[in-house]
Design a protein around this ligand. Structure first.
Ligand SMILES: Nc1ncnc2c1ncn2[C@@H]1O[C@H](COP(=O)(O)OP(=O)(O)OP(=O)(O)O)[C@@H](O)[C@H]1O
Ligand SMILES: [Mg+2]
Length: 1224
């Protein structure tokens, strides 16, 4: 059913910026320059009661963060109805604040009484129509309404780029109070509005001890009275269009000033503006994404005047914007209340994600805290809370008037923490962990009960950098604190060579290892530090943090602290003592006080220093520090290791760069691309005359074998399943940290089982043992020799778990989103659509699911994405005539399976195709997870509808279903994808693209094992089939299972799983057939009774029989096949007596067989019957084979019986087929 939003969308001003703004802003133009203005009118505050409880219910229900999506949907549909009513009554929707909305009816002072009546009527109507709403989770939502009237102040502030507005004053305070006094379902008039209104028309009750009243009844306004009141409103919507019985105006009418648009745009959040500008349809605004929220409360002094407040808002907002804007943080909302004002800042909104987001948010928080406390006047205290988590970012409200907002439990948590932990910067456990800052930056805070938050987790105070911390900074982890280093032989060899040259001849050298975030820089440097020490050198190793960039001279301080061993000094005087001892002879005694700023010591100023004037003092200080550094790096110190050298602050760099250029030292540093520091380093290299002694090495990702080794090591096992390796390699792209995070996430979700396995132990002959042994056979061992002992622990994936269904760990999602957000929003939207299809997709399918507004632009968007290395086109190999020579032929199946190119292809020309693939699988996952649930399901449905047209065998295999006549056994599927489908018949291009994509996916599935001994793929299970069916199973059938699972349609998912199994058997891949059967088994167990039809169940057992036979489990195969026949209503006897009787009956049936008049049946019924008979025939044929293998005379008898039964069944099946000819 269409949502309230969709129903109300027609004839509205959606997709235009004006719908994001209240009418009150209409007069704001560049010329008007309003900053503070008095406004008269009636204010209404409506609050949804029960919403906090609802939020909690959602959090408890969904273990993931995805609850926010459904929550937003419920809120939106409710708000949409309520807002419509207010718009009809001429209200100007000023602000949305979570589950509350503030509305203004602006009017002249003399019209207040009439307007109050209009607003009251609106409120009564809302309570009557929408006062209560039930939700699916059993939580009732109700409304509380407060009304006030009089004058208020309207203030605008911000910086040159962004502007914000607030309403404050008496009327605002009163409306808050009135809403606070209201119980659910009530309307309360504030004291002033009660004074002002036409009291004789109302039925009221006084609220005890207050001037406010509860309105119980009122004289309804006549239609003309209402029109009259509407016409007297100021900034009344001029072009009314009538909706229902009332008049609803567009939210805002733009003045005819060309500049005004630019001014108004300053009030709209950038995330929304960007999408509006790129013409992204409004429906595709919402996203579920991890963000960091910062709630800042400024507690005001009691005597603050209107002017003070205005100045304060201006100063606070510019100060905050200065601090957060460089990190793409945004002020999202500003709210005023009695004793203060609250700013909600958000980091990581769509298009704004940055690496190190939590860290940047924490640092911004402490900077804001310090600046506000220090600079702002009329402030008693500042409280800031920082939380991280997935929230709904999207549009909430009515098509005519809505707001871009964030909703989620973590936003609520930040708001509560700000209240419960006043006067400091607090953060939640997720921010604490995600910042990856050392623990000494934090202090754990005592637990507090917070309303609406049942389990807040640990709360920390963020201390920022203070004097105590400064001396603890820069510590690196030692190599023993890490797990063992893998796959860095090349780098270690280089280091050892340089070390030798340095040790033997003092040859200077700078080794720079460059790698992206988490590529393993620190790990490598820790190893090198260890090696340097082991070789008898003194090693000074420091690690810089992002904070260092913005702290002048912090890098040089840390480096010298370490080199002079100052970090262990307990007191200031101890530090002074060390400095005096170590620097004797290096600097004049009279200059010691110039070291105070650097080493945080307190040497008294000598007379010489006292006499220096400012600039001289600066120059002297600088030269003193340079001398100290020169002394420090001079010969006696061995190796300098600077991790994250890109975080060296410019002030330190200005001293260090010149010293390093001239000194003879061995230095190892790590750098990350994209930082100014890295660029200055490379510039220095370019300038450096001795640059031949500087070597820069890029850190590559780990090879698959190293990944397997790492995973085995981390899990403490000797082998891991092939599927796990494939999963980890594809998602981690060989980045060790990604591997670690993915593994941690799998372990947390109990996806993996670790147990000791006695190889060679006699296992039971059942299905589970078959799966276990198949997995064991295909497991990959940590080392090629795999001699880790007979009872070493092994890792297996839990049978009921599917790796594909696991969500991305937040850390990886954040990294991927930071990359995604560098893409333009329309391209990002196209990418999100592609992500639903899968890692490889065809343009035909993408075009099928894209909304019309984006479709026409698709190729251009795709080309840009390819240009930016996000996607890549797959090349269509053109096979020349001579390459089709039979002697050259296609590659053997094992070759093709293991990703070896067909020999003929390497000589051919590659042509552009209709197929694209994601360059980085992680990006696809992250893009996919941005979809809200409802839209995601709708897209899966579209994908499934498209793919179903192609869900059949290839042309050379006669195009039928893989399970013969399968579609006719299930109602409602006959029309889908049949080979007779005329629309599809012409679409050979689409098929061709799918085949190409399928071939790529087959390669992707196996390519992880290309390297060295990972080529062992168990050739006996690999198919000899090279027809197009092999590609179709990968690109059509397997994805169909995924789409139907995502839609929650078990029966269809099961149907396609059976098709997958039959298809894999068809292409002779019994390993994948087994794996898909296992998936079907899990699905069948979790399905409700009756979800799976009898024929499906029978086919399931029949296929199990076939697969067991292929795996050499004859007894098991017979058992499964018998069960299949029972379900197919063609029981096979168990005893010899039974067999004797049955064979007599069959003989008689055979002799007396009269062909049925099948042709009289409609085609569907005939096909359905054929499906049953052919399945029976398959089972009987298998039984004949199984029994004949046994060799006993009784088994031979059973075998003969099976053959006889099969003959009879085939004859019957044939008669149905003959019916076709009659029809023809
Ligand atoms: N070669 C490796 N072998 C095994 N594990 C590794 C390897 N490289 C990195 N790791 C693991 O990956 C994780 C991240 O590595 P590390 O902290 O060194 O990355 P980084 O590049 O320094 O990250 P950042 O950019 O955040 O500083 C560590 O836990 C480390 O144990
Ligand atoms: Mg590091």
């Amino acid at each position: 059913m269409a949502s309230a939003w969709e129903r109300k969308r027609q004839n509205s001003d959606v997709e235009k910026p004006v719908a994001f703004l209240p009418r009150l802003l209409a007069n704001v133009s560049p010329k008007s320059n309003i900053d503070s203005q008095v406004v008269h009118g009636v204010l209404l505050l409506v609050d949804i009661s029960g919403f906090t409880a609802l939020t909690e219910k959602f959090i408890q229900r969904s273990s993931t963060d995805r609850g926010a999506d459904e929550l937003a949907q419920i809120l939106n549909s409710y708000l949409c109805d309520i807002l419509e009513e207010m718009l009809i009554f001429g209200g100007d929707i000023l602000k949305f604040a979570g589950d509350a909305v503030l509305v203004l009816w602006r009017t002249r002072a003399q019209e207040l009484a009439k307007t109050i009546r209009l607003v009251l009527q609106c409120s009564q109507q809302i309570q009557k129509k929408y006062g209560t709403r039930d939700t699916r989770v059993g939580q009732k939502l109700r409304l509380k309404i407060g009304i006030s009237a009089g004058f208020m102040d309207f203030m605008i502030f911000g910086d040159r780029r962004w502007r914000y507005f607030v309403i404050c004053g008496q009327a605002l305070n009163e409306v808050r109070e009135a809403e606070g006094l209201a119980n659910a379902g009530e309307v309360i008039l504030s004291a002033t509005s009660w004074e002002l209104c036409e009291q004789h028309r109302l039925g009221t009750e006084h609220v005890a001890g207050k001037g406010a009243v509860k309105v119980t009844d009122m004289d309804e306004m006549s239609s003309s009275e209402r029109q009259d009141a509407l016409h007297k409103l100021l900034q009344r919507p001029r072009s009314h269009h009538f909706v229902g019985e009332g008049a609803m105006g567009p939210a805002l009418l733009l003045p005819n000033d060309p500049n005004s648009d630019a001014v108004l745009r300053q009030f709209i959040p950038e995330a929304a503006l960007r999408k509006l500008d790129d013409s992204v349809p409004l429906d595709f605004f919402p996203e579920l994404r991890p963000v960091t929220s910062l709630f800042i409360r400024l507690h005001l002094c009691a005597d603050v005047s209107k002017r003070d407040l205005y100045v304060l808002l201006c100063n606070a907002s510019t100060m905050m914007l200065d601090i957060i804007s460089p990190h793409k943080g945004k002020i999202h909302k500003v709210t005023l209340f009695d004793k203060g004002c609250t700013f909600l800042c958000v980091f990581g909104l769509p298009g704004e994600k940055q690496p190190y987001e939590s860290l940047l948010a924490l640092q911004s928080a402490i900077q804001i805290f310090n600046s506000c406390s220090r600079v702002l006047r009329k402030i008693q205290a500042v409280s800031i809370a920082v939380t991280s988590g997935t929230v709904f970012c999207g549009v909430i409200g009515h098509p005519v008037r809505h707001e871009y907002t964030v909703i989620g439990q973590k936003v609520n948590l930040a708001a509560r923490m700000m209240m419960h932990y006043p006067g400091l910067v607090s953060c939640d456990a997720r921010t604490y962990a995600a910042s990856r800052l050392p623990p000494y930056f934090f202090k754990e805070l005592p637990e507090q009960k917070m309303k609406g938050i049942s389990n807040p987790g640990s709360v920390y105070q963020y201390l920022g950098i203070n004097e105590e911390i400064v001396f603890g900074m820069g510590l690196t982890k030692t190599s023993s604190e890490y797990r063992s280093l893998l796959g860095r032989d090349k780098e270690i060899e280089l280091f050892c060579r340089c070390l030798k040259a340095y040790g033997e001849s003092g040859q200077r050298h700078i080794l720079a290892f460059e790698g992206t975030t988490v590529s393993g820089k620190s790990r490598l440097l820790a190893e090198l530090a260890y090696l340097g020490q082991a070789a008898g050198h003194r090693v000074v190793a420091v690690e810089l943090l992002e904070t260092n960039v913005r702290n002048p001279f912090s890098a040089i301080r840390i480096l010298m602290d370490r080199a002079l061993d100052l970090q262990d000094c307990e007191s200031c005087s101890a530090r002074e003592h060390v400095l005096q001892t170590k620097l004797r002879g290096t600097i004049e005694e009279s200059s010691y006080s110039l070291l105070n700023g650097l080493f945080l010591v307190g040497f008294p100023d000598s007379d010489t220093v006292c006499e220096m004037h400012e600039t001289q003092r600066k120059t002297e200080t600088r030269s003193t520090w340079t001398k100290v550094l020169e002394k420090v790096v001079g010969g006696e110190f061995g190796i300098f290791i600077i991790d994250n050298a890109h975080f060296i602050d410019p002030a330190s760099w200005s001293i260090m760069s010149s010293v390093f250029q001239n000194a003879s030292l061995f230095m190892v540093i790590s750098l990350a691309p994209g930082y100014t520091g890295t660029e200055s380093f490379f510039r220095a290299i370019a300038d450096n005359t001795t640059s031949q002694n500087i070597t820069c090495v890029h850190l590559d990702e780990l090879k698959p074998s190293a990944v397997v080794q790492k995973v085995c090591q981390d899990l403490g096992v000797v082998s891991i399943p092939r599927e796990l390796v494939r999963f980890l390699i594809q998602r981690s792209s060989g980045i060790p940290y990604h591997c670690e995070e993915l593994l941690r996430c799998l372990c947390r979700n109990n996806v993996l089982l670790l147990h000791s396995q006695k190889w060679g132990e006699k296992a039971e002959d059942n299905w589970e043992s078959l799966i276990a042994s198949a997995l064991k056979d295909s497991s990959l061992a940590a080392t090629s020799s795999s001699s880790a002992g007979k009872d070493g622990r092994v890792c297996v994936i839990r049978a009921d778990m599917n790796l594909e269904n696991t969500v991305l760990p937040t850390t990886l999602k954040e990294i991927a989103l930071a990359q995604l957000d560098r893409i333009e929003s329309l391209e990002q939207t196209a990418l999100k659509f592609a992500a639903v299809i899968g890692p490889v997709f065809t343009t035909q399918l993408l075009s099928h699911i894209l909304p019309a507004g984006i479709r026409h632009n698709m190729n251009c968007l795709l080309n840009r994405l390819v240009h930016n290395n996000i996607l890549k086109w797959l090349k269509k190999p053109e096979v020349p005539q001579d390459a089709q020579d039979a002697t050259k032929g296609p590659a053997t199946a094992p070759q093709a399976e293991s990703g070896v190119e067909r020999p003929s292809r390497s000589q051919t020309m590659a042509l552009p195709s209709d197929v694209l693939a994601f360059c980085v699988p992680l990006l696809r996952e992250a893009a996919y997870e941005l979809w809200p649930e409802r839209q995601r399901v709708a897209l899966h449905r579209k994908c499934a509808a498209f793919l179903e047209q192609h869900a059949h065998k290839c042309e050379s295999c006669s195009q039928g279903d893989f399970v013969a006549f399968h579609r006719f056994t299930v109602t409602g599927t006959q029309g889908r994808g049949s080979s007779q489908d005329s629309a599809d018949k012409g679409d050979s291009r689409s098929w061709e693209a799918l085949v190409l994509a399928g071939e790529q996916m087959t390669r992707d599935r196996t390519q992880a094992f290309l390297e060295g001994d990972f080529g062992r793929t168990g050739g006996k299970h690999k198919g000899a089939c090279s027809c197009e069916c092999k590609a179709i199973v990968e690109v059509v059938l397997v994805p169909l299972v995924r789409h139907y699972k995502a839609m929650g349609d078990t029966a269809r998912a099961f149907y396609y799983l059976l098709e997958c199994v039959a298809a894999y058997l068809h292409v002779s891949n019994s390993y994948m057939a087994l794996m898909k059967l296992n998936e079907a088994e899990v699905l069948r167990k979790s399905a409700e009774k009756k979800a799976i039809a009898r024929f499906e169940d029978a086919t399931f057992f029949s296929l199990k029989g076939e697969v067991c036979c292929q795996w050499g489990r004859m007894k098991l195969s017979e058992k499964m096949t018998r069960e299949a026949l029972r379900l197919l209503k063609r029981q096979f006897p168990r005893t010899s007596v039974g067999a004797f009787v049955k064979s007599k009956v069959e003989k008689f049936l055979g002799a007396a067989y009269v062909p049925k008049r099948a042709s009289s049946l409609p085609e569907e019924a005939r096909r359905k019957r054929q499906a049953w008979l052919l399945r029976q025939s398959c089972c009987l044929s298998l039984l004949e084979h199984l029994c004949s293998q046994e060799g006993t005379s009784s088994a031979r008898r059973f075998s003969r019986l099976a053959a006889r039964m099969k003959a009879n069944t085939d004859r019957a099946a044939h008669s149905y087929q003959a019916g076709d000819f009659c029809h023809a």
